[in-house]
Ligand binder design. Structure first.
Ligand code: NAP
Ligand code: ZN
Ligand code: ZN
Length: 347
């Protein structure tokens, strides 16, 4: 084993603090890399505070991980020492079920290994995430990162990026479509960039009037403050798709009213509390309520390559490791412009 340093939550109530733990020596198929930057996802906060239930402690969060390779196993063919590398929300899966065979490891039928708050495929060894100095991951779950992009701003692509890219691709969103991005935070701002890049007309639906200029700069064509009933009148029956990235409880029925006939409301935001959906929000207009979870390994690499080609990264605020609790508090207030990224040399 190799001694590793990180920042961990010991339970849902205590602030995160320094934590020493062990990672495995790289095996024949493993890549070891020093973590340079790690993004802060709202899922980190949900899990640290055990809002979804079943959290495993101590927990080293972080699943938007980029860094530079320091060691590779004897059988590794995709990476060499000195390469840039990225790891997202997955570090392993069964690799043989129908979904894994289709490159949809996020939907592994035998249970994937999430990067933290999960276990390795032995279903007992806990996984520890990217708020740490280095990581060891099988090369099949390590992504290539292009040297041309700003590395700190690439980190959020590993979750916020792929989580919004994947449903936009699945529903073939592009020219001629009217797309709403609900909630302008980490996921939302990436959804705006991708939907605009794919040629759609993009409207941001936000509770924060102060984000209008940013929304337009990110590529949105329209901005609607959802707390203003007058502004809502203009978008009834208007959208082909809504990408819903809201992290807290909200009324889906209200937003379903903004869809056209055959419109799709895609949930990527994962509020901890259940909501009531009225069937009559869906029936007239043959509407769909859908969900989507991150993306598989092939599509994550496709997204990173697309971003390199089109010069797309996240808009970030770089923070020190010790300021993580302040970042969480600001995230809860919707005050993220638009992703916190931890500079791991401050660990
Ligand atoms: P974030 O940066 O905190 O952004 C969430 C945004 O939602 C806020 O900035 C705010 O935008 C809006 N919002 C917050 N509370 C609201 C409320 N009560 N009503 C309406 N809008 C509200 O969070 P994130 O990192 O983008 O993550 C968003 C959600 O996606 C989280 O639940 C996270 O766990 C989930 N997630 C899911 C996946 C997946 O695979 N499906 C992957 C990653 C994350 P405005 O100020 O514009 O209103
Ligand atoms: Zn995430
Ligand atoms: Zn599988």
């Amino acid at each position: 084993m190799i001694a590793a340093k990180g920042y961990a939550a010991q339970d849902p109530k205590t602030p995160l603090g320094p934590f020493n733990f062990d990672r495995r020596e790289p095996g024949p198929h493993d890549v070891q890399f020093d973590i340079l930057y790690c993004g802060v996802c709202h899922s980190d906060l949900h899990q640290v505070r055990d809002e979804w239930g079943g959290s495993i402690f101590p927990m080293v969060p972080g699943h938007e991980i980029v860094g530079r390779v320091t060691a590779v196993g004897s059988e590794v063919s995709k990476f060499k020492v000195g390469d840039l590398a990225g790891v997202g929300c997955l570090v392993d899966s069964c690799r043989h079920c129908e979904n894994c065979s289709d490159g949809l490891e996020q939907y592994c039928l035998n249970g994937h290994s999430q990067t933290y708050n999960g276990t390795e495929q032995d279903h007992k060894t806990p996984t520890y995430g990217g708020y740490s100095n280095f990581i060891v991951v099988d090369e099949a779950f390590v992504l290539h990162v292009d040297e041309r992009l700003d590395l700190a701003a690439v980190a959020p692509l590993l979750c916020a990026g792929i989580t919004t890219y994947s449903p936009l691709r699945h529903w073939k969103v592009g020219e001629g479509h009217k797309v709403a991005v609900l909630g302008l935070g980490g996921l939302g701002h990436m959804a705006v960039k991708f939907a605009a890049s794919f040629g759609a007309e993009v409207t941001v639906l936000s509770t924060s009037p102060g984000k209008e200029d940013d929304a337009k700069r990110l590529g949105a064509h329209k901005f609607v403050v959802t707390k203003d009933p007058e502004q809502l009148k203009g978008v009834q029956g208007y959208f082909d798709f809504i990408i819903d990235s809201v992290s807290a409880s909200h009324d889906y029925n209200m937003y379903l009213g903004m869809l056209k006939t055959d419109g799709v409301h895609i949930c990527v935001g994962a509020p901890p509390t259940p909501s009531q959906i009225v069937a009559f929000s869906l029936i007239p207009g043959r509407k769909s309520l859908a969900g989507s979870m991150i993306g598989g390994l092939p599509e994550t690499q496709e997204m990173l390559d697309y971003c390199a080609e089109h010069n797309i990264t996240s808009d970030i605020e770089l923070i020190d490791m010790k300021d993580i609790e302040t970042a969480y508090e600001r995230m809860l207030k919707g005050d993220v412009r638009y992703r916190f990224v931890i500079d791991m040399k401050t660990l």
